[in-house]
Ligand binder design. Sequence first.
Ligand code: MG
Length: 157
Amino acid sequence: MRIGMGFDVHRLVEGREMWLCGVKLEHEKGLLGHSDADVAIHALCDALLGAACLRDIGYHFPDTDERYKGIDSCKLLEQVMVLLRDRGYELGNCDITICAERPKINPHIPAMQRRLAQCMGCDENQVSIKATTTEKLGFTGREEGIAAYAVALLQEQ
Ligand code: MG
């Protein structure tokens, strides 16, 4: 078994959609980025790549590459799973924590689990998603951005 961790931050701005774990949330601001800026999927991809010692998401999908402009991050996650399976790894489980003051994440967690399990070709019970505020402290507390952490366990087949 191999373990990996990932972390990502994206800035909150007006005039962008908010995508988290492949689900669109209604909010007055969205996350800024070259792709759809799905901060939770990016942290998850880094955890998965890290577990396989395969560098990071920026290495595989550079933000200078026009192919990835505005891309649905679920597509990146699917490609990460192909890389892992090519090397003989299968997902054990993963666990994501999203740090955001607003909007409320909890009502969307079942839909997020379904979406990620679909992208990764695994069961929903292999995909844990949690959300927390940072008690109005720091950049997440001031609603300047959203942060996400992820850990993933891989099993060699
Ligand atoms: Mg990112």
